[in-house]
Ligand binder design. Structure first.
Ligand code: SF4
Length: 561
């Protein structure tokens, strides 16, 4: 028996001695500490070494390390990606703000057993694990983390000695059915609304089945063992508990970074949510159909939050689907600059680009901006329900470079319904015109600047205007992407990246799949390449991806916000 296996056996024994559902108590923590002290080397060899990450972290507020109950909070991707997620950071903060609770974080890094960042505790030793999953590609990482931890993947194979597996995040709200064979509980909605009943059930019930029964009877939870939407056994749709406009006007509802670290995509940045939803209704966009109407956080809460962050960083990131549409965006950016922050924003809607926003961003040191025209022709953009003509786009791009921005990212989608090859060629015309504007406006400064074209393939998402649409046939997509690559290569200072088509097919399938996708996901998680999985299961995958969805849509058992 290898040291790793022996250690694993000891850990599983420890897990079996704690209540099956209630998360770790102090007693179990002490037991694990004892194990850790006895075999430090074996444990380090078995999992990722988090010492450098721990040393680099700067908590905005210090929370007590231990509560009476401890939740495992897991992100099914690397630390770098997970700690960039404001949603994940928000759950970490809210759990610690709940009396008697703390949580320990897990990420997919490394190859051994997943160990917590906080104390190197093994994942299987926790009574409940809450995963946050925002990208469909992470389904495979989720299954691999369970396998590495020695936790049975299928919920039907888990018993009283195994952790309860909870999955939240936007994937749970888009279509939880794909993962429903693996997950015990899906919270549906904002962490502020679903965490209190979830933690109360975990703390109050000692039996696994009692927790499931209790949550199945509450609004805001999909419990696959109790709700059977695919069998048509649901009396009514399950409610999602989104953060309402009224809640956002009250203190305590503003998501911000809990731990600042240099080891994320947003290195050293304190992230602040500006708003939810979007004033537009672009037909392909889940964010606007799935997240409710546009509402924003009060300016005084945002400014108070960034004041608190001054102790740990001077870098800010404002996050939202429509950052530039906050009614006081210019004041917020200006005051952040006056407080000494360097500020970046996630993408700005084209109509929301203004002199004030650009001047404030420029003053705070930002030199790049992202806009999403999505297609090259005015006519197709109208069909997307995004009626912004190229003339407006060009005015805004001129403004962008006139205010000293030097990097422009433009996002496009190909494979849209009714799209022609002329529409695709028009993307290159837009890129060429934007390049001309960049050269004209930046010429006096002697800087050339750069434009990046990010090209995605349309993945028709549940709840959007295209939820019944099919993905475009692969030969057509190949031709269109080739046209764009060749055209962009002829434009100096313009780069282009495209979405791999295999990834698009896979994502398109798992976004809309039902519970019968379980064996296909298991094949992908076992190490089989996605190309091989797509070939082996083509008879099941291709009809879901390339045939129009008829009749009642399987994900419509959730009520949208
Ligand atoms: S503007 Fe952006 S966030 Fe708003 S609906 Fe359109 S794509 Fe979605």
């Amino acid at each position: 028996m290898s040291p790793e296996t022996a250690n694993g056996a000891a850990i599983l024994h420890a897990a079996a001695t704690i209540p099956p559902v209630t998360p770790r108590t102090r007693e179990s923590q002490a037991r694990e500490s004892h194990t850790r002290e006895r075999k430090p080397r074996a444990r380090r060899a078995a999992g990722h070494d988090w010492r450098a990450h721990r040393a680099a972290e700067r908590p905005v507020e210090a929370f007590p390390r231990h509560g009476r109950f401890t939740l495992a909070l897991a992100y099914a991707n690397s630390y770098h990606v997970g700690m960039s997620s404001l949603g994940f950071q928000r759950v970490y903060e809210l759990v610690h703000r709940t009396p008697e609770w703390s949580c320990e974080r897990f990420f997919a890094d490394g190859g051994g057993r997943p160990l917590s960042v906080e104390s190197d505790a093994p994942l299987a030793a926790f009574g409940a694990i809450a995963f946050s999953i925002s990208f469909e590609e992470d389904y495979v990482h989720f299954l691999r983390m369970l396998a590495r931890a020695g936790i049975p993947a299928r919920r039907s194979a888990r018993g009283d000695g195994d952790p309860l597996v909870i999955v939240g995040g936007s994937c749970a709200m888009i279509n939880p059915l794909t993962l429903s064979e693996f997950v015990d509980v899906f919270p549906l909605g904002a962490a502020e609304n679903v965490l209190p009943p979830l933690l109360a059930a975990l703390a109050g019930e000692t039996r696994r089945e009692a927790v499931l029964e209790r949550l199945a009877s509450e609004d805001g939870f999909y419990v696959p063992a109790h709700h059977h939407p695919e069998a048509g056994l649901l009396d009514q749709r399950l409610a999602k508990l989104e953060l309402s406009a009224e809640q956002m006007r009250l203190p305590g509802h503003l998501p911000t970074t809990a731990i600042v670290t240099p080891k994320t995509e947003f290195a050293d940045k304190f992230l602040v949510e500006m708003s939810r939803g979007c004033p537009e209704k672009c037909r392909y966009c889940w964010a606007t159909f799935g997240m409710g109407s546009f509402r924003w956080h009060p300016t005084e809460f945002i400014l108070a939050a960034i004041e608190r962050a001054r102790a740990v960083t001077d870098q800010l990131g404002f996050v939202a689907t429509a950052v530039g549409d906050h009614p006081e965006i210019e004041r917020i950016l200006t005051e952040a600059g006056e407080l000494g922050f360097r500020t970046a924003v996630s993408s700005v809607r084209i109509p929301a680009v203004s002199e004030g926003v650009l001047a404030a961003l420029r003053a705070s040191g930002d030199r790049s901006i992202t806009l999403a025209p999505e297609t090259g022709s005015d006519a197709l953009r109208v069909k997307l329900n995004k009626p912004i003509p190229n003339s407006v786009l060009y005015d805004k791009v001129r403004l962008v470079f006139r205010h000293g921005m030097t990097q422009l990212k433009l996002y496009f989608i190909v494979g849209l319904p009714e799209e022609t090859i002329e529409d695709v060629a028009a993307i290159l015309e837009v890129a060429a015109r934007c390049r001309e504007l960049m050269l004209e406006e930046l010429a006096p400064s002697g800087v050339i600047g750069h434009i990046h074209l990010g090209v995605n393939v349309l993945i028709p998402k549940p709840y959007t205007g295209y939820q019944r649409a099919t993905m475009e046939e692969l030969p057509v997509l190949r031709d269109r992407l080739k046209l764009l690559k060749q055209g962009a290569a002829r434009l100096p200072n313009v780069s282009l990246s495209t979405m791999p088509l295999r990834q698009a097919v896979w994502q398109s399938y798992i976004t809309k799949a039902g519970s019968d996708a379980a064996d296909i996901l298991e094949a992908a998680a076992s190490g089989e390449t996605i190309a091989s999985v797509l070939r082996r299961y083509a008879d099941r995958i291709e009809p879901e991806v390339f045939a129009r969805a008829p009749g009642k849509l399987r994900w419509h058992f959730l009520r949208t916000g």
